[in-house]
Design a protein around this ligand. Structure first.
Ligand SMILES: Cc1cc2nc3c(=O)[nH]c(=O)nc-3n(C[C@H](O)[C@H](O)[C@H](O)COP(=O)(O)OP(=O)(O)OC[C@H]3O[C@@H](n4cnc5c(N)ncnc54)[C@H](O)[C@@H]3O)c2cc1C
Length: 483
């Protein structure tokens, strides 16, 4: 990858912690990304803050969940990165520009005819202090909704859902993996293989290759593959281990074996356990959503913004920086489209945070002192297509309903006729999301496994989802509702 920080500092604009923010775009072999996150922060340099600048006026482009800050849930690196940006920015006031008529971006909860479903993220976790801070301060604690039986998760094997053992001991005791794979896990501290192909610390290795070196092919096929497909739509062979699982990557660098590294880290963490960290642990109950769905989070954030601070239906077209060599401060102006008219924002900004998808960012015209500022160092990212299909079935039509979170489908199970990536048991997790007499399911189709299926017709998607749910849960007949 190009040396982004160098390019950025040459232009007197800084990409804060650039490596972290671009991590999630880094790929190994294919142009299919794990996810499409890239946030560009353009701000004046740190030395300017030391001159006693009173606080910055910040423009945020894109009102998805990433927009204000620390709330993005499972993207730990992103959280660290944003916190750093916010601290360094000394934020005074902000203005959020959003192209659509609503804030939330991919977080969208729909309420229809007694049903509530999410079209983007369905749950989040509270593993970061920043998330806890937000929940406490946005008054969201009362709205937090924890899924029933969330520890019950299933993976399809030989065409049927099998309960996933909830911890390594249970895994070894269960029949989920063959005796050979269990032995390989047990002996991993002695048998794990170094990678011959990795020449330097920055060399990429795929998620699949990494786990195969440690735990063997069956673990990759039946644990890693469905997990990766269910969380990112990607596949283990095209994702970079270093960027998707940074903690495990560095565990190997420190200890070699993942198992003994995990045990040693846990033991040393236990030694240093303080009252505060055990209190944190108590608060962390796993995944959760909110009454009314995940969009309650972005709605609560929007309520924190003043009337003039959120500009909806305002698609940013141009960003220009008028900073001069002699001026200590950057000065950004923003032009946007509203009702088919191009407008210039009357305010100017000391800093920008661009959270829009990279493909949208590349369509913006960015200039510095009148000259185009090219984002040619930003990697090409193509986005994985995915369809989310919501169905309901009358309870009496579902012959083998399962309690729990949902079922994931390994790619290998396509040979057993299963074509979806996985299904969340939405009304099993959150009974208030559907009337008492129906089950509500959220099914994902497409991703890198079957990108063409994501774009299939409604009838084809209906047929695929209905067939998988019939095989997995005994859902007979046609869904009572499909969206
Ligand atoms: C089906 C699905 C399931 C998921 N499940 C999970 C999960 O379980 N857990 C999890 O953590 N994550 C999950 N995710 C990922 C998570 O939902 C997204 O990563 C996150 O919502 C992205 O937020 P964002 O703010 O980066 O981008 P977006 O939500 O895409 O927001 C970007 C915003 O920028 C706006 N914009 C674009 N161009 C411009 C412009 N020129 N001017 C102004 N505004 C502009 C867009 O309109 C949009 O509102 C899931 C995603 C999907 C699609």
């Amino acid at each position: 990858m190009t040396n982004i920080s160098e390019l950025w500092s040459k232009s007197r604009m800084r990409l804060y912690d650039g490596q972290h923010s671009l991590n999630r775009c880094t790929l190994i072999s294919s142009p299919e990304p794990n996810t499409r996150v890239c946030v560009l922060a353009m701000a004046s340099s740190a030395k300017e803050d030391k001159r006693g600048f009173p606080g910055k006026c910040v423009a945020v482009i894109g009102a998805g969940v990433r927009y204000v800050s620390d709330q993005i849930v499972e993207f730990r690196q992103f959280l660290r990165y944003v916190r750093k940006v916010m601290c360094s920015m000394n934020w005074r006031s902000c203005c959020v520009f959003e192209a659509e008529g609503r804030a939330g971006g991919k977080l969208r909860s729909i309420s229809h005819d007694g049903l509530i479903w999410d079209e983007g993220a369905n749950t989040m976790t509270e593993s970061e202090a920043a998330v806890r801070f937000l929940l406490d301060n946005l008054g969201l604690r009362d709205k937090q909704q924890f899924p029933l039986s969330q520890q019950k998760r299933y993976i399809a094997k030989n065409g049927v859902p099998v309960l996933l053992p909830s911890n390594p001991i249970a895994l070894i005791r269960s029949n989920f993996l063959s005796a050979g794979s269990k032995l390989q896990i047990f002996l991993e501290p002695f048998l794990w293989k170094n990678s011959d192909s990795l020449k330097g610390p920055d060399t990429e290795e795929s998620v699949g290759a990494f786990f195969q070196r440690h735990f063997g092919k069956e673990v990759v096929d039946y644990l890693i593959d469905p997990f990766v497909a269910g969380t990112s739509g990607g596949d283990p062979e095209s994702l970079s281990m270093r960027h998707v699982f940074p903690e495990l990557w560095s565990l190997e660098k420190r200890f070699g074996s993942i198992i003994s590294g995990a045990i040693q880290s846990k033991l040393s963490a236990k030694k240093g356990t303080t009252g505060e960290s055990s209190a944190k642990k108590k608060q962390n109950h796993g995944s959760f959503s909110f009454l009314g769905g995940m969009q309650s989070l972005t709605n609560a954030l929007c309520n924190e913004l003043g009337k003039d601070e959120l500009k909806l239906q305002s698609k940013v077209l141009e960003l220009s920086c008028s900073c001069s060599e002699n001026s200590p401060f950057d000065n950004w102006s923003v032009s946007y489209e509203l009702d088919n008219k191009k407008l210039s924002c009357e305010k100017s900004f000391d800093a920008l945070i661009v959270t829009a998808p990279l493909s949208d960012v590349k369509q913006m015209r960015i200039t510095r002192r009148g000259s185009p500022f090219l984002l040619d160092f930003v990697p090409e990212v193509s986005y994985l297509p995915m369809s989310v299909i919501i169905t309901t079935f009358k309870k009496e039509s579902v012959k083998r309903p399962l309690e729990g979170f949902g079922v994931l489908i390994p790619s290998k199970e396509q040979k057993n006729g299963l074509k979806t990536l996985g299904t969340l048991f939405s009304s099993m997790m959150f009974p208030d999301r559907a009337p008492n007499d129906v089950y509500l399911y959220t099914t994902f189709v497409g991703g890198s496994r079957n990108p063409e299926l994501a774009k299939a017709s409604r009838d084809e998607l209906k047929q695929i989802v209905t067939s998988d749910l019939r095989q997995l849960l005994g859902a007979e007949g046609q869904p009572a509702f499909l969206k």
